[in-house]
Design a protein around this ligand. Structure first.
Ligand SMILES: O=C[C@H](O)[C@@H](O)CC(=O)C(=O)O
Ligand SMILES: [Zn+2]
Length: 278
């Protein structure tokens, strides 16, 4: 079963007048995991698709959605998947890839069939991102020890974190997609501070491992016109190309970032000094 919804892109000046409900309706993706189904949100930010798959006691197939007008989901797209739950399996045109928590799979354009399954009674949660693709690159699993790890932040600023680049062009060849996973160390709460924008690429953040009863306050908007969205565990948020994307939690947490657009240069960011934000 595949459920899908569509989101238009917003003009930054229009979005300044959005209240809480409108901000949440346009940018928050509240529910990604539904038993034995695929949940997809198709956005007009670089035609990026954000989704979740939760196979419990059935195989779950990635089906095409009406916005694509294609026979198969990946006819003109590429896909990145990060597992944030127990062990699971993804079968790509007959080849099975087992993914433990925090492992990733890149699936290239042209693949006909992608099936998600749980493994030995564990409950995987597959978070997925997809962007249009013009060329077929090989499907590749990125296991935890293949990730490119960067230590970021400082206890002093409550933002000490470990950034794991998973689907980036030094590890996997992709057309547009870049994905990775950042883990806050205990007692640290701020991500992506100093904040940045990159008008060349949109981005999506997916927060997970947020403690029960706690929250992450996600900051978005133009650097001088910021807004916030309080997020729960396992929720995603779209970050337009004009928006900062940063957060502060009431506990430590992890998140998956994913992006697509004009270039594949991870370091291409326009950083905003904390005291310049408004
Ligand atoms: O464009 C790159 C992204 O916003 C993230 O990789 C930033 C991030 O994970 C972090 O600072 O913790
Ligand atoms: Zn970014």
């Amino acid at each position: 079963m595949t459920n899908h919804e569509f989101r238009y892109a917003a003009h930054p000046v229009d979005s300044r007048v959005y209240g809480t409900e409108e901000l949440r309706k346009e940018f928050l993706i509240p529910k990604l995991f539904v038993k034995n189904s695929v949940q997809l949100t198709y956005s007009m930010y670089d035609r990026y698709i954000v989704g979740g798959v939760m196979p419990v006691d059935q195989s779950v197939k990635l089906e095409t959605v009406p916005y694509l007008k294609s026979d198969n989901f990946l006819d003109r797209r590429e896909l990145g998947v990060v597992n944030v739950g127990g062990k699971g399996k993804i079968i790509v045109d007959g080849t099975a890839y087992e993914l433990a928590k925090k492992e990733a799979l890149y699936v290239g354009q042209g693949v006909k069939e992608v099936i998600f399954e749980s493994v030995s009674g564990e409950q995987p949660f597959f978070y997925l991102n997809s962007a249009p693709a013009h060329k077929s690159f090989p499907t590749k699993k990125v296991s935890a020890n293949e990730a490119e790890v960067i230590q970021l932040g400082d206890e002093k600023y409550a933002n000490k974190r470990v950034l794991n680049k998973l689907i980036v062009n030094s590890i996997v060849e992709t057309c547009q997609l870049q994905m990775g996973l950042t883990e806050l160390l205990p007692g640290n709460v701020w991500n992506t501070m100093p904040a940045h924008t990159h008008n060349r690429r949109m981005e999506a953040y997916f927060y997970f491992d947020v403690e029960e009863g706690q929250t992450v306050c996600h900051f978005m908007g133009e650097p001088q016109h910021t807004r916030h969205i309080f997020m729960e565990n396992n929720q995603a948020v779209l970050s337009p190309e004009w928006s900062i994307h940063s957060g502060s939690g009431t506990c430590a947490y992890s998140f998956v970032w994913g992006m697509a657009g004009e270039n594949l240069d991870y370091s291409d960011m326009d950083v905003c000094a904390p005291n310049e934000l408004r």
